[in-house]
Each structure stands twice: as C-alpha cells, then as structure tokens.
Design a protein around this ligand. Structure first.
Ligand SMILES: [Zn+2]
Length: 308
C-alpha cells in the first residue's frame, strides 16, 4: 500500500497499555514496565488489545514502548531477548486483531525514545548525556529488527512516540535512511502550547520530520489534554501530514510524591476528543492513564460527528 494512503479513513487509536495491564493484575513495576509481561503473561496483553479493539480502536500499539537492547542490558538481561520481545509484541497484537476479522485494525509498533530505556524520566526533558551517533544507533537497532520481521510479526507502521527533542527526531530520520519504504509516525511530548519537552518549537520538529520519506503522520502524545487544541494548530501550520493526538487522561503525575493526582472522566475525554477532531486531528487516542472506556467515549464522539 502506498505510504500516504495507509492511514486514510483511520480515526481512532487505542489508549494506555501499562495502566490497563495493572488493572488486569500484571506487575509492571520492574525496570521494563510492561515489557516483561510480553514473556510472562502474553494473554493479558492480548486481552488489553482486544478491549481496545472492542472499544472502537482502528489502530493498536504494541506493548513494546520500553523494549530495547540497551534497556534489557541495563536490567541485566540478554540484549538478544529484546529483539525477540519486540517481534513478539507485534505477534500478540496481530493475534488480538485476528479475533476481529470483520474489522480493519492496523498494528503500530510502539517505540519509545532513548530516555524511556534509561528509566529515569529522561524522556520528559530530553537532556541526554549520549552523543548523536549513540541516538542513531539506539533507534537503528529496533528499526532493523522490525524492518526484517517475518510477516506474522511485521507491524503496519512504526510509532516513534513521546519524543522530547528535535535532535532525537533527526537521529531517527538518520536511522531510517536505509528503509525509505517503512511507514512511520513521529509523536512528541510537549510542555506547553508550543514547545516540545526539550524546548524546541513543535512546529520546527514537525517541519523537520515531514521531510522524511517514511513519515505518514505527525502527532503529540503524553501531554496534558488542556494543551492539545493549541498543539494541533501548530502541527497543522507545519505540514499537511495527518495529525495524531493521544494525550494523557486528565490526571497529572506528582513527581514528588510519585503518584497520579486529579481525576479522569471518560465522558469528558470524549467531549474533548470531539474538539480535537474539529481542530484538525485526523487520529485521536489516549496515552497514560487512559482506558478502554475513554476510547469508547471517543469512538462514540467521532461517530456522532459523522452523523451531523
Ligand atoms: Zn503517556
């Protein structure tokens, strides 16, 4: 399928994986968060994917956000297991989608930034101590594994997400150079209505990634919902690529006390999602602390818009 038609007609992305696994009783507190569930309780991952498909998701993201050779090595695990886990995450998503043969469900391989593998919150500021070449190599390893995957473990696209900086996006572009045919989206985490976490303008980041031949969409995720309308406008000003928005629920992370505060009302999330579609997002979903009920509300909000 040509790259620019891959996402046509697609509107609803899924929601958070880690918190939903926790609700199902999986332990996600280890250094690999949800990644070790891939090996220990794959049936729970399939259950989460299925819940999102049933809620209306037309794209599901694999449980691979923290999977990388570097992260595995730092957790004392054989880095080769990371490659197998990455492929397995796609296989599980495909298994889940196969339960719904009447639906077209795209599989996006979730690929977190370098900071996510450090497990110290570095993805929320992007001040890394590694050099640009290290960043390229970090991303190249996972890209190569997925680019050469067998069909049953091959994703429809690669979703680079929670990107904190322009430099990291450019490193990914370089790492992708060998694979011009591989569909990719780039999604940034933002700190205000204009800037990504590291401080560059979102508009500047979007302009940069829009030039890569692989880019099928540009978005924002892991960001406060109240910022989303303004950020969608920034993305639309930067390029004509499909805009993707998957913010966190309305809850906020209290870093000092290491807990979530505030509340998240799925109905309110659905109402906000309608605004995001109106502002110009093509695809909307959820990031941290969103659940299948949030995606159900957003699916309903979107289908009601079609009736008007
Ligand atoms: Zn998030």
């Amino acid at each position: 399928m040509p790259l620019d038609s891959l996402l046509s007609g697609v509107r609803v992305l899924d929601g958070g994986m880690a918190s939903e696994l926790e609700y199902l009783g999986a332990n996600i507190n280890g250094p690999l968060w949800s990644a070790h569930v891939l090996e220990e309780a794959p049936e729970k991952i399939i259950a989460v994917h299925r819940a999102y498909i049933e809620a209306g998701a037309e794209i599901i993201e694999t449980a691979s956000y923290q999977v990388s050779r570097m992260g595995y090595a730092e957790a004392g695990l054989d880095p080769a297991r990371a490659d197998a886990a990455l492929l397995r995450s796609v296989g599980l998503a495909r298994e889940a989608a196969a339960f719904h043969p009447d639906r077209r469900v795209l599989i996006a391989a979730s690929l977190g930034p370098y900071g996510a593998a450090l497990h110290n919150g570095a993805e929320y500021h992007g001040n890394y101590t590694c050099n640009f070449g290290d960043l390229v190599e970090f991303h190249r390893q996972r890209i190569d594994v997925l680019a050469y995957a067998p069909p049953a473990e091959s994703p429809d696209l690669l979703a680079f997400e929670t990107l904190p900086s322009l430099a990291e996006a450019e490193a990914i572009g370089q790492a992708l150079a060998k694979h011009p045919e591989l569909p990719v989206w780039f999604s940034f985490t933002c700190i205000d209505q204009m800037h990504v976490a590291h401080g560059e303008l979102l508009r500047e980041c979007a302009t940069a990634v829009a030039r890569f031949p692989q880019t099928v969409g540009i978005g924002i995720n892991c960001t406060r919902p109240s910022l989303v309308n303004a950020l969608i406008a920034e993305l639309r000003a930067a390029s004509d690529k499909p805009v993707i928005a998957y913010p966190n629920s309305g809850e906020g992370w209290d870093a000092e006390n290491r807990c979530w505060t505030g509340t998240s009302d799925p109905l309110a999330f659905g109402g906000e999602a309608r605004e995001w579609f109106r502002t110009g997002a093509q695809i909307v979903g959820g990031c941290c602390r969103t659940r299948p009920t949030h995606i159900k509300e957003l699916t309903q909000a979107q289908s009601k818009m079609n009736e008007i």
